[in-house]
Design a protein around this ligand. Structure first.
Ligand code: GRG
Length: 312
C-alpha cells in the first residue's frame, strides 16, 4: 500500500525507529514473502521443492532484501509489491549462489547457516537443480506483469539483476576467485574479484530498491550506487576478517576456509589491522555518498555501520 506522506516525512519516521527494530521489521517482511513464493510452487517435484526451501528459508541474515527495502523507503513512496518482488528475487539469487558455492566442485563445504549444506542434506544433483530453480524463480518473481511498474522500468530491473548475477557480476567474480586460489594477487585484482563476487548483488539490491521508488531521480540513483559499491566491498572485507576471527558456531559455516584453500583475502594482503582500517574507510565513503541524498538516510547509514561491525 502506498503512503501518502512526502518522502522526507516518511523517511524521517523510518529513521526514528531504532535500527534493530527496522531490521527486524524487514526480516519479518521478507520471510513472509519468501514463504509465500515457495507456497505458490506446485507439488510437481516435492523433493526439489524441499531442497529449495531448505536452502532459501532456513536462516540467513537477509542483508540483500533489507537493503532493497531500505533503499526504496529512503527515497520514498516505493511500489511495495515491486519492493517485495525485488527483495525476494535478490535472496533467491543469493541462496542459489550459496548452494552452488558449497558444492564439491566449488568450495566443497559441509556447513552453511549452521546446518548441513544442501548437497549434504539432499544430494548433489538435487542441490544443483535447487540452485538452478531458485535462479529461475528470481526472474519469474521480478518479471511478474502484475507489479504495477512501467514496463520499461521493470525491464531495467530485470536487466540489473541479470547483469549482477552473471558473467559481469557474481559468476564472473566467482571465476576470478577460483583462478586466484594459491596465487598472490594485487590489491586492484582483489578489489575487482570481490566487487564482482559479492559487491554486484549488494549493488543490485540498493539499485533495485531505488528503482521501486516513485519519482526516483538519476542523481540519487548515482549517489546510492556509490554507497552500494562501498558497502559491498566492505561486506566482503568484513567477511574475510570474520573467517579468521570468528568461530564456526558463530559463523554457521566453516571458519578458516579461506586460509585452508589459499584464497586471496584482505587480511592476507593487508594484515588484520589493515583490513579493519579499509573496512572503516569504506564505511566513511558510503556515508559521504549518502550526503548527496536530500532525504533522511539514517537507516542506510546504520546499515553501513552494521555491515562493517557485524560479528557473523
Ligand atoms: C553458476 C555454478 C554456478 C555458480 C554460481 C556460486 C557462485 C556462482 C557464486 C558464489 C558467490 C559467493 C558465494 C559469494 C560469497 C558472498 C558471501 C559473502 C556470502 C555470504 O553472504 P551472507 O553473509 O550469508 O549474507 P547469509 O547466510 O547471512 O545469507
Amino acid at each position: 500500500m502506498k503512503s501518502n506522506s512526502p518522502p522526507s516525512r516518511r523517511a524521517k519516521r523510518n529513521a526514528n525507529v531504532p535500527f534493530i527494530q527496522q531490521q527486524q521489521h524487514y526480516h519479518e517482511r521478507i520471510t513472509k514473502v519468501l514463504a509465500g513464493a515457495m507456497d505458490n510452487l506446485t507439488t510437481l517435484a516435492p523433493h526439489l521443492k524441499a531442497a529449495m526451501e531448505y536452502g532459501l528459508l532456513q536462516g540467513g541474515k537477509r542483508v540483500r532484501p533489507m537493503l532493497v527495502y531500505a533503499s526504496g523507503d529512503v527515497l520514498g513512496h516505493p511500489n511495495n509489491a515491486a519492493l517485495d518482488a525485488a527483495a525476494a528475487a535478490l535472496e533467491c539469487i543469493h541462496a542459489y549462489s550459496l548452494i552452488h558455492d558449497d558444492l564439491p566442485a566449488m568450495d566443497n563445504d559441509d556447513l552453511r547457516r549452521g546446518q548441513p549444506t544442501v548437497h549434504k542434506a539432499f544430494d548433489e544433483a538435487t542441490a544443483i537443480l535447487a540452485g538452478d530453480a531458485l535462479q529461475a524463480l528470481a526472474f519469474e518473481l521480478l518479471s511478474q506483469p502484475t507489479l504495477g511498474l512501467p514496463a520499461k522500468q521493470q525491464l531495467r530491473m530485470v536487466q540489473e539483476l541479470a547483469k549482477a548475477s552473471g558473467y559481469q557480476g557474481m559468476c564472473g567474480g566467482q571465476a576470478l576467485d577460483i583462478q586466484s586460489e594459491g596465487k598472490t594477487i594485487d590489491a586492484a585484482t582483489l578489489e575487482s574479484l570481490h566487487s564482482h563476487k559479492t559487491g554486484a548483488l549488494i549493488r543490485a539490491a540498493v539499485r533495485l530498491g531505488a528503482l521501486c521508488a516513485n519519482n526516483m531521480q538519476e542523481t540519487h540513483f548515482t549517489a546510492l550506487s556509490r554507497y552500494a559499491d562501498a558497502i559491498g566491498l566492505a561486506f566482503q572485507v568484513q567477511d574475510d576478517i570474520l573467517d579468521i576471527t570468528a568461530d564456526t558456531q558463530t559463523l554457521g559455516k566453516t571458519q578458516g576456509k579461506d586460509q585452508a584453500q589459499q584464497k586471496s583475502t584482505y587480511p592476507a594482503l593487508l594484515g588484520l589491522d589493515g583490513a579493519r582500517a579499509l573496512a572503516d574507510s569504506l564505511q566513511q565513503q558510503a556515508l559521504s555518498a549518502l550526503a548527496d541524498i536530500p532525504y533522511p538516510t539514517q537507516t542506510l547509514e546504520a546499515f553501513a555501520h552494521y555491515i562493517v561491525k557485524r560479528d557473523f
